[in-house]
Design a binder for this molecule. Structure first.
Ligand SMILES: Cc1cc2nc3c(=O)[nH]c(=O)nc-3n(C[C@H](O)[C@H](O)[C@H](O)COP(=O)(O)OP(=O)(O)OC[C@H]3O[C@@H](n4cnc5c(N)ncnc54)[C@H](O)[C@@H]3O)c2cc1C
Length: 370
């Protein structure tokens, strides 16, 4: 099977690793010039962990990630609303673990002897001729493939080239991300402050802490302004580290929905198929799951029947991805509630919601069949 994977991110490298595990040699391309840039932190949930286990990468991941044992939510005055004991909640399926994105990518790339990625390479044009996709790369080379997988992220160009209808929705949140030294939060504790139209989060990885501020309001510039000072958060220890940060990234959140993931022999994967807002930190785990399911369907067909595998893949994944997209949106809305009355009831709910119900929900969530 001649497979082209456009995008060597989390979804693309997971798929490549799975295909290589059973002897296939997909071509993987990416526009970046190197994998050096750290990016932010990625939390991998047990649903993503089982894919890493299947690839024999779990031990490597353990060595570069840190477990999140407690999730501490603060109100706008910094008072602790609730501490979720993830150790207790996640007893059966394991804990979520956080690692720098670059390290997760390095681990995925190393699987099964290493996946070669053609860097600084892009698809200029693709055309379907019968059951083949003819691809012209930006350097003028042309090659035929039996399958093209668009794993090129939320701004997917493959999606455009395949003319798959896309709905893009600005979520109205701007996020600033930076790294702080270890010690800003106790090890193993993920801290989040739910303020008025503002969320501050700190995710500890092994040797440093990924910090985020999200602000919800209408921004009419293009994301270059520095973080707007806000009295409410002046005293936050996390925000004070912003002044020492080497680099601050600023992202305007968008949500992308794609009702149809397949066009002939072209299929979308990961954020290219559904761009979630990162309020639940599940996008990477979902992308890894989807890659595993796509491989699982491809293994069952020969080249002549790839279209059947693609249909089965979409049927298995779309309901799960839709549900997670919906959940991420609702969680975002709840985090940023504006009405004082609604916030009061939200905070009461957070404080007193029964732990067994949360455990049951987490259990159900971690064990949804792929
Ligand atoms: C601030 C923030 C925090 C997040 N935190 C978490 C978290 O804690 N946990 C979690 O699970 N998820 C998190 N996510 C979401 C997660 O990053 C994504 O869901 C995940 O990276 C999706 O993987 P992907 O491979 O589909 O896309 P990406 O990881 O974006 O990879 C796409 C790849 O395609 C390449 N590419 C782009 N265009 C082209 C092109 N035209 N040709 C070739 N290659 C191309 C890119 O260079 C990139 O390498 C977060 C997202 C954000 C924005």
């Amino acid at each position: 099977m001649r497979i082209l994977i456009v995008g060597g991110g989390i979804a693309g490298l997971t798929l490549a690793a799975r295909l290589r595990q059973r002897g296939l040699r997909p071509t993987v391309i990416d526009t970046i010039s190197s994998y050096g840039h750290a990016g932010s932190a990625i939390t991998v949930w047990p649903t993503g962990s089982r894919v890493l286990h299947g690839l024999g990468l779990w031990n490597s991941f353990i060595h570069t990630s840190a477990p999140l044992q407690r999730y501490v939510v603060h109100d706008r005055d910094g008072k602790v609303l609730r501490t979720f004991d993830l150790d207790r909640l996640g007893k059966r399926d394991g804990l979520p673990r956080a690692a720098p994105r670059a390290e997760l990518l390095a681990i995925l790339e190393s699987a099964n002897g290493g996946t070669p990625v053609d860097l600084e390479t892009e698809v200029a044009m693709m055309r379907q001729i019968g059951s083949t996709v003819r691809v012209r790369f930006d350097d003028g080379r042309e090659r035929d493939f039996d399958l093209v997988v668009g794993a090129d992220g939320i701004r997917s160009r493959t999606r455009q080239q395949a003319e798959l209808h896309t709905a893009e929705h600005r979520f109205g949140w701007r996020i600033w991300c930076w790294w702080a030294r270890r010690g800003v939060t106790p090890p193993g504790e993920l801290h989040e402050t739910w303020g008025l139209r503002q969320i501050v989060s700190a995710y500890p990885t092994q040797d440093r802490v990924a910090c985020f501020v999200a602000i919800s309001r209408s921004f009419n510039d293009t994301g270059t302004e520095p973080w707007p000072p806000n009295d409410e958060s002046r005293d936050s220890l996390i925000l004070r580290t912003l002044r020492e940060a080497d680099r601050v990234e600023c992202i305007d959140l968008v949500e992308v929905t794609v009702p149809q993931w397949i066009r002939g022999r072209i299929v979308l994967l990961g954020d290219a198929a559904a761009g979630l807002v990162p309020t639940t930190g599940i996008g990477a785990s979902l992308a890894m799951e989807s890659a595993a399911v796509l491989d699982d369907e491809l293994v069952r067909v020969d080249t002549a029947h790839i279209d059947i595998a693609l249909t089965r893949f979409a049927r298995r994944r779309m309901p799960r991805v839709d549900a997670e997209q919906h959940r991420a949106r609702v969680v975002g809305d709840v985090m940023m509630l504006e009405s004082p009355i609604a916030r009061h009831f939200r905070d009461l709910g957070l404080r007193y919601f029964p732990t067994p119900v949360i455990c049951r929900e987490l259990d159900r969530w971690n064990n949804i069949p792929m």
